[in-house]
Every structure is written in C-alpha cells, then in structure tokens.
Write a protein that binds this ligand. Structure first.
Ligand code: DQQ
Length: 551
C-alpha cells in the first residue's frame, strides 16, 4: 500500500469491480453514483438554470485510483442525472491524473474549469478546460487547450505538493486571481496566481497566506461573505460590507479548518481576524467525517453553497466487497453569523421537498434518564428537528479549562456518562434494545471566561456491533449565548450517514456508521436525557424522507 495525494492506494484493488453492489448502508438522499469510489466535489456551479457537480471518481473500483471527473447535473441539487465523465487523463499534461479543481464563470457567461493535472513526470500542474459547445445546456464535453499546462511549479515549489486551484476572482485592477495549495517543509500555504487573460499566469512573490506546522494545504477555498444577511456573494465582490473566509483541508489531520478575516487586494494578503484561530486547531465547517469541501456562488438563488466529501468509516476491504465508497454531504447554505466570528450552515431548503409523513412532539419533559421513542417513522431515512429548553442552567457542572479538545471530551463523556445538564439529544440509527445507536447530543458546563460552555458530540462508539469499523466520538464546541436556555438540533439520518446541525448550524458534525441491527425498518429514533437535571423538548418534528432520483 502507498499513499498518493493523501489517499491510500491499494494497487491490487483499484481496478477491482465488485460482482454485485451491496445496497445495505447505501444512502437514499445523499449524492452517490451507483457504484465505485468517489472523493472530492469538484467545480460545483450554477450555469443557465442548471447545477453541475463534478467529483473525483474511480470508474474501475471502490478504492482511490484511476481518477476522472465524473459529472452530474440537476435543477434542484436534490435529483441528479449522470453524464459521461467530463475530464479524464488524455493529454501529456494530465496523463497521470485529473485531480481537483474549480469553476469560474467568465464575463460573457463563459464557464471555465481550472484543475490539477499530473503530467508524464508525475508533476502536479494547473490546467484549464472550456466547454466544447456552449449551446449544449448540459455542458457535456470539455476541451483542454493545447497551451496547457497554464501553471507549472517554479523553482522552490515542490511539484508533488502543488494542487487544487480555487475559483478565480477578478480584482479591481482587472486581473484574474486564483489560489493553489502547497507547503514549504511543514508550513502550509496558498500561492496566489494572477492573469490578464486567463491564459498567461504569474505567481505573486509571497503566498496569500500561510501557517507554520500545518503541512500540505489541500483544496483551499477563498470567498467573501456579507457582514449582514444570509445571501451569498459572487467570488469577485470585495468592498466594505464583506469579510473573507479562507478554508484549507489539512492533509496532516484530514480535517478542514477555516478562518474569517480581511483580504487586502492591493497587498495580495489575507489576514485572519484575531478572533479566528489560525494554527490548524481553529473553526471547522464540520467536526466529523467531512473533507475536501468546496463552495460556489449560486447565481440562481443568490446564496453560497457548500459541498463536502464524507468518506467511509469502514475498512477498505469492506468498501471493495460492498462495491462503493464515499458520499457527498447534503449541500449547505453558508453565511456569516451575526457575531462576525464564524459561519452558519444549513441544509439547502430544497431538501425539505423530500419530507414525507411526519410526527411531532411538544412540551415533553425528559427527566433524568428520560428516553422517548419518536414514532412511527422510518428512522433509517429521516429528517429530525428538535428544540430543547434547559430550565435549570445554574445546575451546570463546572468546565475545566484544560479541556481544550472537544473530540477527546466526547470520547471520555459519551451518551451513557451521566452529567448535570446533559448529555441530552437524539439516539439515531438505534436498535430496538439499544445494542446499537449513534448518539448526537449536547452537554452544558458552567464556564469561567464565559457563562456557559456547550459541547456537541456525534458519538459513533456504539454505532455498530462490527468491531473493525472506525468509531470515533466526534465533537465540537458551540459558541452560543444560552441565557434563554434554548438550544436546537437537526439531524439528517440516511442509513449510514448522520449529518447534524447544532444551534441553527453553528456547529455541524457528520458521522458515517454501519449498524448491523438498526437497519432499514429495524432502525429506531429516540430522544434522551442522561443528565441529572430535566430538559424539555419544546418541539420535535421528524419526517420520513423520500428517495430522490440520484444518478
Ligand atoms: N484529492 C485529490 C487531490 C486533493 C485530494 C485527488 C484531497 O487533488 O488534494 O483525488 O482529497
């Protein structure tokens, strides 16, 4: 086994087709192709009324390898139609790989893709591709001009660590710009390239931004967010009413981090706000299984949409035997929180169109040890929204300031470890007698520097009776003013995926799990409280989710 572009390569498996695709644990309303391996979402875009999603895909097996850009289209980002791969190795400048990249809509309404090619000498280079026929509404075929590559690694850049161009933006000076991820020794960074014509590119002397000790920055994303309101901004907007977000996918940890800050275009620098931790330990879009994400500006609905890849938590030989691996998370709208310190994320509203029959609870008190089954519902394929009220906030246990790692804390204090206020939340994908469940819950502590510290966990440790599965207890803190004692949780449950949104999308966690008992009709959903203090379910609504047409 070796590692390439951070993906484990199993040479003996990368072209091994499963004889039959196993449907157990396949998701119903998440984006998946019918079989094989997928990873990063690429070049998502909205063009003339159609959403395009490209993604890294292995046409020959369910581990990473033989990567092409698979292509699907949609009018609602819920139902998807597959097309033939749009970009695949075919030229000297990408003969060894067509890796991740992004789309830009050029003036005159002309889309262009910039992607990383791996050339004949295994160097990572940046290439561009245009639609062959702009009057084809589906943009099926893409042409790579012979003047590619448009960027090669110059002296001082490690050509095997030089990839994943961002969407380009147009500066005040009329020059295009995009970023490419790289590292110098252990310093992760994004290099800034400029062009007048999108063909000839030159590198700005210094990186737009870098951080010591963070290693290779994969799949960077850089975009403006409005200081007020939930609407999104086109990537070239840069005025007094905006801040900027820089997101990087850290190859070292396989987690993603973002900062919120200012972009000084004339100095070619991005400076994170002092409230944004900038050392690879700061804010994350998602504290669970979520990587290589990318946003795009949806011209149709003036919002910014985030796609992320949720890999399997299963072993590679199980991926091979089930014949598929990887899903894309539900597209999320992203915007800046009122505090200006973090983003908020929420599943696109189109997902609500899949909601079928429903069940509602109101004003249910969950005393210490309380457990309420939410039924009748197809708990393996559901959308749940719940609002809790914590009446006795003063009973919260003290927070120890040495608890800096939320994931570690969730690992030590699972759903079965009694607390003061919490753990309370949901047991998703639960078997009838609770041999299996994925718990998504909160704990509230009394803080020192702030009134309350809220911890959110998505705990996979009891998710499956199968011992070989990776079962972390993911966790993140929720920056919430709890004075009214109200906190909300939404979970999208889809057979092997549990995507959860705490406090209106302040903290999000995606889990991939493989129950053996809690499958299909045998899956259950519970609300629970394992704190000494009672909490009240002010309102809970759960819906069966219908299955859209996906690929
Ligand atoms: N996946 C791609 C690379 C990228 C990595 C290769 C991130 O371009 O750096 O499949 O998952």
């Amino acid at each position: 086994m070796c590692v390439e572009a951070s993906h484990k390569v199993f040479p003996e498996w990368q072209s091994l087709q499963a004889s039959k695709v196993k449907s157990l644990h396949r998701t119903a309303f998440h984006f998946q192709p019918p079989k094989n391996w997928i990873n990063d979402p690429n070049a998502p875009m909205y063009y003339n009324g159609i959403y395009h999603l490209f993604y890294q895909y292995n046409p020959y097996g369910s581990t990473w390898g033989n990567i092409v850009w698979a292509h699907s289209i949609s009018t609602d980002m819920i139902n998807w139609t597959p097309l033939d791969p749009a970009i695949y190795p075919s030229k000297p400048f990408d003969v060894n790989g067509t890796w991740s990249g992004s789309a830009t809509i050029l003036p005159g309404n002309k889309p262009v893709i910039v992607y990383t090619g791996v050339d004949g000498q295994n160097r990572q280079v940046q290439n561009i591709a245009f639609p062959k026929n702009l009057s084809d509404p589906f943009l099926r075929e893409w042409v790579k001009p012979d003047y590619n590559p448009v960027i090669v690694a110059d002296n001082g850049i490690n050509a095997s660590q030089f990839r994943d161009p961002t969407t380009a933006w147009l500066g005040q000076d009329g020059h295009w710009r995009f970023l490419v991820g790289t590292r110098r020794k252990h310093r992760g960074m994004v290099l800034l390239y400029k062009s007048k014509d999108f063909k000839y590119w030159w590198k700005v002397q210094h990186p737009l931004h870098s951080a010591a000790g963070t290693g290779m920055w994969e799949c960077p994303d850089f975009y403006p967010v409005a200081l007020e309101g939930e609407f999104g901004l086109e990537t070239s907007v840069n005025d007094y009413g905006v801040k900027f977000v820089l997101k990087v996918s850290l190859d070292l940890t396989r987690y993603e981090y973002y900062t919120v800050g200012r972009y000084f275009e004339d100095q070619n620098r991005y400076v994170p706000d002092i409230t944004s931790v900038d050392n690879g330990m700061g804010l994350r879009y998602d504290y669970g299984n979520f990587y290589a994400s990318k946003t795009f500006f949806d011209y149709g609905k003036s919002r910014r949409i985030l796609w992320g890849w949720a890999n399997e938590s299963d072993t590679a030989d199980n991926d091979v035997s089930k014949g598929w691996a990887g899903i894309q998370t539900i597209p999320r709208k992203v915007w800046l929180d009122k505090s200006g310190k973090q983003l908020l994320q929420w599943p696109i509203k189109e997902i609500n169109s899949l909601r079928g029959s429903d069940v509602h609870l109101r004003s249910v008190v969950l005393a210490k040890g309380g457990l309420v089954e939410v039924r009748p519902i197809t708990a393996a394929q559901a959308d749940v929204e719940v609002t809790f009220l914590i009446p006795n906030l003063h009973k919260a246990q003290a927070f120890d300031p040495s608890w800096v790692d939320p994931q570690q804390l969730c690992g030590q204090m699972g759903a079965s470890v009694q607390g003061g206020i919490g753990p309370f939340g949901l047991l998703t994908l639960a078997s009838k007698n609770l041999e299996e469940y994925t718990s998504v819950f909160f704990r509230v502590f009394r803080g020192i520097y702030k009134k309350h510290v809220v911890l959110m966990c998505s705990d996979q440790s009891r998710s499956s009776l199968r011992p070989e599965v990776y079962k972390p207890s993911f966790g993140g803190f929720v920056d919430l003013d709890l004075t009214d004692g109200v906190i909300s949780l939404r979970s999208l449950i889809d057979h092997s995926a549990v995507e959860s949104f705490g406090a209106g999308g302040k903290t999000c966690i995606t889990s991939r799990v493989y129950p053996t008992l809690a499958t299909n009709e045998d899956a259950h959903l519970f609300a629970f409280n394992n704190g000494t203090e009672a909490v009240t379910i002010l309102k809970l609504s759960a819906w069966n989710m219908n299955k859209p047409r996906i690929n």
